[in-house]
Design a protein around this ligand. Structure first.
Ligand code: ACM
Length: 371
């Protein structure tokens, strides 16, 4: 769940944890930082939330179609006490919370708070529109130590094994244009910007490993060489996951075509505005988390699959529930169920009883019969 683009107050998140626990989903990845917001208190660097948790407005509609903004400030963050409560609440329901702190891209909110972390020296504002930003952390020793300080506080709050460091969608334009970054690449004896990112992620891997944790990142962390302890989350299809599993790394599968729950779930023109794509319930259910390309031994590297709820277009609890249910029920069943026992007709039949439970709980699910 992405609380970076649209913040979700603690009470709403706790209700959502109840709903995923009901589906026997045992992991919640919280996407806590992005261009448009930094959502976790870091004691050593208070400006991350003082400045980074607020944006002055939000773009309406699709970027390609609209240049209109809502003119309304959006903000919010979890205090460290909130995080402790969320983690404890989840734990009581057998859900492990995996925090994600994005680097080196998707970092505009952090750079707005501490411009010295950026690669241009420019003062940025917290992002107000969606998409892939060019702004990126500079890879200096100072920035690496700053982010290790952040991760140091994060691991005190999240007792689980995995710490997610993002790594996706980090354009290298600013690194190419920066004499300091180019000098750093040379000084470290690296070949190019991809190896620079790989070095950056390796430093985080070393840090997390030294504290008994494991780094996980989006499949872009394969570029320029995968850090030795890294686990890969395969989102741009399954190739990244397959390559990582073959190289002996653990992987989590979340390919866009099957598991992006922010995509449309029907072709009905009345569906609420979504980011795009088309991932109906049946497609989620049909997904097989262990790619056929892997040997049984390599297949053991697949830790599981994940449904992603990015919230560019999801502003309310009602809308989040609508995108999540029933598709998360399919994520749970297809992930827990051996391939030969999967049965879509049976799943849909049993979903009728589940719909009654959701109705009783006031959950805004998308009914099966709806076109
Ligand atoms: C991603 O959807 N950028 C991981």
């Amino acid at each position: 769940v992405d609380v970076g683009r649209h913040f979700m107050p603690k009470e709403r998140l706790l209700k959502f944890i109840d709903l995923i626990a009901m589906q026997k989903i045992n992991t919640l990845q919280l996407h806590l930082t992005d261009d448009q917001g930094w959502r976790i208190e870091i004691k050593k660097y208070p400006k991350l939330t003082e400045i980074g948790s607020k944006r002055k407005q939000t773009r309406l509609g699709h970027e390609r179609q609209s240049k209109e903004f809502d003119g309304k400030p959006h903000g919010g963050f979890f205090t460290q006490q909130d995080i402790r409560e969320i983690v404890a609440y989840a734990r009581e329901r057998f859900v492990n919370v995996v925090p994600e702190i994005e680097m080196p891209g998707h970092a505009t909110a952090a750079i707005a708070a501490y411009p010295e972390l950026g690669s241009t020296g420019k003062q940025l504002e917290v992002g107000t529109y969606w998409g892939v930003y060019k702004s990126i952390f500079n890879p200096s020793e100072r920035t690496i130590l700053f982010l290790q300080d952040v991760l140091g506080e994060v691991i005190e709050l999240f007792p689980g094994r995995f710490i997610h460091v993002g790594g996706d969608e980090a354009p290298k334009d600013e690194w190419k244009a920066s004499p300091q970054v180019q000098a750093r690449i040379k000084e470290l004896g690296l070949k190019d910007e991809a190896e620079m990112q790989s070095y950056f992620i390796r430093r985080m891997d070393q840090f997390l490993t030294s504290r008994g944790r494991r780094l996980i990142g989006w499949d872009e962390i394969l570029e320029g060489g995968l850090a030795p302890g890294a686990t890969v989350m395969s989102w741009r299809g399954t190739e990244g996951g397959i390559a990582a599993a073959k190289a002996g790394h653990d992987v989590v599968m979340t390919p866009t075509d099957y598991l992006y729950l922010d995509y449309y779930q029907s072709k009905d023109p009345q569906e609420p505005l979504a980011i795009g794509g088309f991932v109906p319930l049946e497609k989620v259910y049909a997904y097989e988390p262990v790619p056929a390309e892997l040997t049984p031994e390599q297949g053991k590297r697949v830790l599981g699959a994940q449904g992603n709820l990015w919230t560019e277009y999801i502003r309310t609890t009602q809308h989040l529930e609508y995108m999540a249910f029933p598709r998360l029920a399919a994520v749970a069943e297809m992930t827990w169920t051996p391939k030969q026992s999967k049965d879509l007709a049976s799943f849909k039949e049993r979903l009728k009883a589940q719909e009654e439970r959701w109705r009783a709980l006031g959950v805004n699910f998308r009914p099966l019969g709806k076109r």
